[in-house]
Design a binder for this molecule. Structure first.
Ligand code: ATP
Ligand code: MG
Length: 418
């Protein structure tokens, strides 16, 4: 029996997997430096958290969740997104009673039963950030700037920011009604017609060309914003401009989750084909109450790690894999292996990246392994060296080789590699 990774999933293997780590670090870095604290929540939650928090009418809840009944009879779901979990944790731990805003970031695996294709997987990885407890346009703008800085720090030059406002509970109902009137007159399938009644904004997010073609004349939310939403949105735009972050107004931008209000944004990359969104987010002022919490406004984003790696690839920025280690130890014989082992440990404790030849290969095989490791130096120990209390230090780029006393080799290598 041969096992394979399940459909829609895959393995990140070395050396490409190094890029995944680098992307996570780069995307989280700006938020960490802006005072966001790390939060880690479980990979599964009570199913109700997502059905209420993400929204009953969303694709995620209607067809993408991995839901199962635990042995204890509880309905649990593998998390399809992070925001509902973070808000749940903030409520559960009563953080809203402390200093506001609460700023948190996370990184991890998410699960959606999607139609698997390039850039769209059933298991994927996101870095996210959320700021709760303040309704301040500077917070919306801060998060957007942090995400753009994260992409930029990876060297990406073709990430575009699409920006919109979805209004609030004051102005959204009138827009919703106008949109429903428009949509009811279109030629749509039954499922979509139902969606018009439950969550008409979601219809604007339909990706099918035959639907998109009919949406050209749809009323725009930006024409229906109340005064407060308009002013708020203007403030966000002004702050982005002041921070030199270019944006494109996209009055048709809606997002797949039900909880968004006001500021809504997406980061897109043009080198990725249909799955162009490398990240997205927005304000979700009603979410806390939807899941039984206090009134707690929030804004946040989630950035796709896998698609960001694809974007790096599309821009030719996938770094050449660096050498895995600095030093590679080659023992010539059993006695040498016993003696080189503690030397390897000492070199590692001194902070050097060190590997050694395993499996009792001959000199030729061991030297080949040393070359393949990418190490700058090989440390070779033979019987004659043991007698002399020394090791051979070979520079693998120049092939220069010198004997160094065993007692000095840690310092010598540290010096040469610093
Ligand atoms: P899309 O419109 O592409 O389905 P989404 O609106 O469902 O995206 P979000 O829930 O906002 O996406 O997630 C934020 C980011 O996570 C996306 O912009 C994308 O980069 C990434 N992402 C979402 N779903 C997947 C997936 N199935 N596979 C890989 N990455 C994903
Ligand atoms: Mg989606």
């Amino acid at each position: 029996m041969n096992f394979q990774a399940p459909k829609g999933t895959f393995d990140w293997m070395p050396p490409r997997s190094e890029t995944v780590l680098a992307v996570r670090d780069a995307l989280a870095g700006p938020a960490r430096r802006a005072g966001y604290g790390y939060v880690e929540t479980p990979a599964f939650e009570d199913t109700g958290l997502f059905s209420r928090g993400v929204g009953e009418s969303t694709d995620i809840v209607t067809k993408e969740m991995y839901t199962f009944t635990s042995r204890g009879g509880q309905s649990l779901t593998l998390r399809p997104e992070g925001t509902a979990s973070v808000v749940r944790a903030v409520i559960e731990h009563g953080l809203y009673g402390g200093p506001l805003p609460i700023k948190l970031w996370y990184s991890g695996s998410f699960f959606r039963y999607e139609r698997a294709q390039a850039g769209r997987y059933r298991h994927f990885s996101q870095v996210g950030a959320e700021a709760l407890g303040a309704e301040d346009p500077a917070l919306d703008a801060e998060l957007i700037v942090l995400a753009m800085d994260g992409y930029a720090s990876l060297g990406l030059r073709h990430v575009r920011l699409l920006l919109n406002s979805l209004g609030c509970r004051e102005c959204r109902p009138a827009y919703r009604a106008a949109l429903q009137d428009f949509l009811r007159a279109l030629d749509l399938d039954e499922a979509t017609r139902q969606r018009i009644e439950i969550n008409p904004l979601r219809v604007l997010d339909d990706k099918r060309p035959e639907v998109r073609a009919q949406l050209a004349g749809a009323p725009l939310v930006t024409d229906h914003l109340c005064g407060a939403c308009k002013a708020y949105h203007e403030e966000v735009r002004g702050l982005l401009a002041a921070a030199d972050v270019p944006y494109e107004d996209d009055p048709r931008l809606v997002r797949g989750l039900d909880y968004y209000t006001r500021t809504t944004f997406e980061f897109v990359h043009d080198g990725l084909g249909a799955q162009s969104a490398v990240g997205g987010g927005g304000r979700y002022d009603g979410l806390s109450e939807m899941i039984g919490g206090p009134q707690l406004p929030g804004v946040g984003w989630a950035l796709g790690v896998d698609r960001t790696v694809l974007a790096l690839e599309a821009e030719g920025l996938l770094a050449e894999p660096a050498g895995r280690v600095d030093v590679f130890a080659v023992p010539l014989g059993e006695e040498a292996r016993r003696r080189i082992f503690p030397l390897v440990a000492a070199l590692r404790r001194a902070g050097l990246a060190v590997d050694m030849a395993f499996g009792g290969r001959g000199v030729k095989g061991a030297m080949k392994a040393a070359d393949r490791s990418g190490a700058r130096y090989a440390v070779i120990l033979g019987d004659r060296d043991i007698e002399a209390g020394a090791v051979q230090v070979k520079d693998l780029t120049t092939a220069d080789q010198t004997a160094v006393p065993l007692t000095e080799v840690v310092d010598v290598l540290k010096g040469r590699l610093s």
